[in-house]
Design a protein around this ligand. Structure first.
Ligand code: TNX
Length: 506
């Protein structure tokens, strides 16, 4: 091998030596029974890369390609692996099947034709939440695309897919207890064209209905598919704001009643769930119960962002709640709302995660914060003993422009070029050693107001998500951006082979 293979994310430690392992036609993969699914995955992947399908055996004899799960490796992390390649043998050792799976991902990136360069790799991630958030509410995304995205995530050792399932502009999840909810709340009559016009000038709409929602069986299949790639799907059900689509089905859940439409434009919504109405909690708990049955994720996202307080200020029921509960104001009412939901989730053995506004008015003790309006919320949360996922607009909002707006497709705004995504450091220096452990990880945000299609999502996501994956794995080196770019330009061929519509490098 003349040059070191282009690995993304870069492993923690890798030594390459002379010589190669050759993938002969008669190759056999021997695996521990705990890694048999991973062995089949590897066999399929090798078949599509080399045209030859290896045999998989589950026995302890030594074969040329070995997948070992060694649970006695007590000191190893759940996601760590060791990969060694000699001319005679490829060996992946890990304490869990997840570690084996990551060893396989590295191995697949090493295959060149039918050769694998000799090497010794020891690898482990720095952060355990390495995610991607996909907003399927603003624009519905087909199941086939999410499946493809899961495969591309696996290639990058990303392990959380956060699905933003509900918002003002659409509700995307079938709920059996409320059979009319998804059919009605998933469809808007039309969509805003372009950005909001200047004050006073008319808005334009496309005149075309937009809709779609996921059937329960589709979700079960997606969750299982993701699990086979060692990815957890984290569902988000938004509350107390961003709920106008629900109000189109259930106006009585609002403070004022009346008629609501599934929202046709972005931003600026005033309507919220009525925090004084117990039916709202019965509704939300029913929805959450069905959601929990579908998604085994420990973490359940409840949104919590951008909850306008105007309606609550003038609502007699909300004001009565404030009085009855001895709350100071509407911010404490929001906090009371989130606490009530947090109690519900923890009674079901799950953990609540929400956007950083859930800090306002006091945070329930078990809650985890996604710090999006910068890092301050995350820092405050970590300092007060809460877990945090760092998601600041500055470095993780992949709905922002990645180049000159004059030559890029219309985006929401902002500017977040690839280099900036690569330079991100999710663990703030100001935290103590103890507090740093609170930073679970980071994730990219793909808000889809201006991404109407899967191809467009791919264009915005990649290659910035390649950078984020290395940042989250903990081996990015901002001082060597050029080195990353060199690896990336080879890595992009892998994305091309998967049919990903990435943004070409400048
Ligand atoms: C803010 S980030 C929002 C979303 C928008 C996004 C657009 C967050 C928690 N709320 O509703 O889609 O900005 O960048």
């Amino acid at each position: 091998m003349s040059s070191t293979p282009a690995l993304i994310p870069q492993p923690r430690q890798a030594t390459f030596t002379d010589g190669e392992f050759s993938l002969n036609p008669d190759i056999v993969i021997a695996c521990a029974s705990k890694a048999s699914a991973e062995a089949e995955y590897l066999a399929d992947a090798l078949a599509s890369q080399t045209g030859r399908h290896p045999t998989v055996v589950q026995e302890d004899v030594s074969h040329s390609l070995l997948l070992v799960v060694d649970e006695t490796q007590g000191s190893w992390g759940q996601e760590d692996y060791r990969l060694s390649v000699t001319e005679n043998q490829v060996r992946i050792v890990a304490a869990t099947s997840t570690g084996v799976f990551y060893g396989i991902q590295t191995l697949l990136q090493l295959v060149c034709g039918s050769m694998i360069p000799c090497c010794a790799i020891e690898d482990s991630p720095k952060l355990r939440w390495r995610g991607l958030m996909l907003d399927v509410a603003r624009h519905f995304m087909p199941v086939a695309f999410i499946t493809k995205l899961i495969d591309v995530m696996a290639l990058h050792k990303l392990n959380r897919l956060h699905l933003h399932l509900t918002d003002d502009q659409g509700w995307r999840l079938e709920i059996e207890a409320f059979p009319d909810l998804a059919p009605i709340s998933s469809v808007r009559s039309e969509t805003l064209v372009g950005h909001h016009q200047q004050e006073g000038s008319p808005r334009r709409f496309d005149g075309k209905p937009h809709g779609g929602y996921y059937r329960k069986q589709e979700i079960r299949d997606l969750v299982a598919y993701a699990a086979s790639r060692h990815i957890t799907i984290v569902p988000e059900i938004e509350m107390p704001g961003h709920c106008q689509a629900v109000l189109a089905s259930f106006p009585a859940m609002s403070c004022k009643g009346g008629r609501f439409e599934v929202r046709r434009q972005w931003g600026g919504d005033k309507d919220v769930y009525c925090a004084g109405n117990d039916d709202v909690f019965t509704f939300l708990e029913t929805v959450l119960d069905e959601t929990l049955q579908l998604f085994p994720s420990e973490f359940i996202h409840i949104g919590g962002d951008e909850c306008p307080k105007d309606r609550w200020k003038t609502c007699p029921k909300c004001q009565k709640r404030i009085k009855d509960e001895g709350l100071a104001d509407e911010y404490e009412l929001q906090s009371w709302f989130i606490r009530r939901i947090e109690r519900f989730l923890s009674s079901r053995g799950r953990r609540l995660v929400g956007w950083d506004e859930i800090l306002e008015g006091g945070l329930p003790s078990g809650a985890t914060v996604m710090s999006w309006r910068g890092e301050a919320g995350g820092i405050a949360a970590a300092k007060s003993g809460h877990d945090v996922v760092m998601t600041p607009v500055s470095h993780t909002y992949f709905d922002y422009y990645q180049g000159d707006p004059k030559t890029e497709p219309l985006a929401i705004g902002g500017f977040l070029p690839l280099r900036k995504a690569y330079e991100y450091q999710p663990i703030p220096d100001v935290l103590t050693q103890e507090e740093r452990r609170r930073i679970l990880g980071t994730q990219a945000q793909l808000w889809t107001e201006y991404m109407p299609s899967p191809e467009h999502v791919e264009y915005m996501a990649f290659p910035r998500a390649c950078a984020l994956a290395e940042v989250a794995w903990g081996t990015s080196d901002a001082a060597n951006y050029d080195g990353f770019l060199t690896r990336l330009s080879a890595h992009l061929n892998r994305l091309k082979a998967l049919g990903v519509n990435y943004r070409p490098l400048a």
